[in-house]
Write a protein that binds this ligand. Sequence first.
Ligand code: ADP
Length: 228
Amino acid sequence: MTPAGSLLTATALRKSYGPTHALDGAEFSIHPGEVVAIMGPSGSGKSTLLHCLAGIVTPDSGSIAYAGRELTSMNDAERSALRRTEFGFVFQFGQLVPELTCVENVALPLRLTGVKRKQAESTARQWMERLQVDELAGKRPGEVSGGQGQRVAVARALVTGPRVIFADEPTGALDSLNGELVMQLLTEAARSANTAVVLVTHETRVAAYSDREIVVRDGKSRDMERVV
Ligand code: ADP
């Protein structure tokens, strides 16, 4: 059953790697524009859950419904089209293309969907302004700091107007001040665009930017009451 108004819902997810039960009945749901943090100890199944939700890993069993469509019954081409148009991704180490300038990196997802260079870079610059990195447009990733690079990566994730951003430890390689700035700008920009954010983190300071926390333990997940 899909909860009313939910954008992305996973039910009874199971995924094993040999004898390891990475997911053992995990549940998840997120509403449009909501920011949800997935927390839990290392090895508990957080990344596996994120990768299943994003259609990167196929679970052994269970259901993942995105906007009323079942991800697990789509073929690879349908899933990758969905990832290109509806989802954005932010990883721990930015993963910007080193040979491209920052504005070319941010424009890249648009270029891949056929948008002309001028239009793509103009949209890219607007997102870079929102993430306060517009002055880095002409620099290459090797010439900017880790925090600046992550903000460029967030702009790249938002540039296509996705409905969900998947962020896997997006501040994991940053000091706390830069981590806070990335989280603040990521959540502000996502909320203003009504983009949902699925955030994997092991830091409560980072999870504090979410609307709701889900804790994964031994491949099982549950909603956590926030202690304020
Ligand atoms: P977390 O993100 O919470 O650290 P993961 O989802 O990465 O946890 O991993 C959950 C469990 O599944 C761990 O025991 C991990 O070693 C195992 N696992 C994850 N991915 C693979 C893989 N590709 N091959 C083998 N084992 C894996």
